[in-house]
Design a protein around this ligand. Structure first.
Ligand code: FES
Length: 340
């Protein structure tokens, strides 16, 4: 049975009350893949259902699930379907040829009828149901949790939102037809920059004057940095970010290195295709984890020595000499010594 520890308000980055499930062992529940569909260039939708046809647990808008891909990697994906629909869950996966291989394995190897090992949902990006209005900013595959929020609001007859959805071109834009529907005209702004930063959407007119709206942003790091910069004068509790898939770009190519566990003296090899978390898990040393994308704060581990390439969104600059988020960060030296 999965050992789940639920804690409140652990997340440091999201500045909101969030509920986390920390996964301490490998007890996955298999869900049946009932649909696989190409949504846009390199973006594939998977629909998952209980193999016995039971209803799935209700989830809240902004939630994600963690799956184990056929390659053995764990990846987290936002649930993008309507939370009110309990027979299936939907995720959309962008195949990233430059990633560690999890998304490639999902898209290339998972087929309709397969059983996909899945951990219970968690939510690090909760929608504030009481907000008077919402401003959504999505970049690329970052549309998935935002779409879930929009579908949820629309299912309740609520239209108090605006969406700014930034992609390179129409060909790579998931859910284009749904979001271009005439009834959403005036609420949805889809912007293509054609890969040219000079053509990026100017967000300043949106954020120049703070309003009572809550802002939800998910997408590439550059987009989130822009929104963070432009909302610095807004109340922090009204600004929310989700970062799946955004933290692992722009870093040096992965190299193998060793991790030494100070308390046991054990030495663990971390190959280029695995995270420290995965390598430790592989030799039976379990670290609490949830997002496995450097954003939730669960896998914070004390660091004794070694040079780190920090790839997370959690640690403050003053914490980086003494801690490491082992789900994403790597060694910039041959060896790291951890206080484990
Ligand atoms: S598991 Fe979330 S930051 Fe590492």
């Amino acid at each position: 049975m999965t050992k789940i520890i639920q804690i409140l308000d652990l997340c440091q980055r999201h500045r909101c009350h969030t509920k986390h499930n920390l996964f301490m062992n490998d007890s996955f529940t298999p869900l049946r893949v009932t649909r696989k569909q190409l949504l846009a260039k390199d973006i594939t939708l998977f629909e998952l259902a209980d193999p016995q046809g039971q209803a799935l647990p209700p989830f809240t808008p902004g939630a994600h699930i963690t799956v184990q891909t056929p390659s053995g990697a764990r990846r987290s994906y936002s649930l993008c379907g309507t939370p009110e629909q309990h027979t299936t869950w939907q995720i959309a996966v962008k195949r990233d040829a430059k990633s560690r291989g999890g998304s490639q394995s999902m898209v290339d190897e998972v087929q309709v009828g397969d059983l996909l090992p899945t951990l219970p949902w968690a939510n690090l990006f909760e929608l504030n149901e009481a907000a008077p209005a919402y401003i959504f900013v999505a970049g690329g595959i970052g549309i998935t949790p935002i779409l879930c929020m929009i579908r949820h609001l629309l299912s309740q007859g609520r239209t108090n939102f605006k969406l700014y959805y930034c992609t390179q071109n129409a060909e790579g834009t998931a859910f284009l037809e749904e979001l271009n529907a005439p009834e959403l005209a005036g609420q949805v702004n889809i912007h293509h920059d054609h890969g040219d930063p000079a053509q990026a959407l100017d967000l300043w007119p949106i954020f120049e004057r703070p309003t009572s709206a809550h802002v939800y942003c998910c997408g590439p790091q550059g987009l989130m940095d822009s929104v963070r910069d432009m909302t610095g004068h807004w109340p922090t509790e009204r600004i929310h970010f989700e970062s799946f898939g955004a933290a692992q770009t722009g870093f040096a190519e992965n190299q193998a290195f060793d991790v030494v566990l100070q308390k046991s003296g054990k030495r663990v090899s971390v190959p280029a295709h695995q995270s420290i978390l995965e390598a430790l898990r592989g030799c039976g040393h379990l670290i609490p984890s949830s997002c496995e994308s450097g954003s939730c704060g669960c896998c914070r581990t004390p660091l004794i020595s070694g040079e780190v390439e920090h790839r997370d969104m959690v640690l403050r600059p003053d914490e980086r000499a003494s801690h490491i988020m082992v789900c994403v960060s790597r060694a910039a030296s041959n060896e790291l010594v951890l206080d484990l």
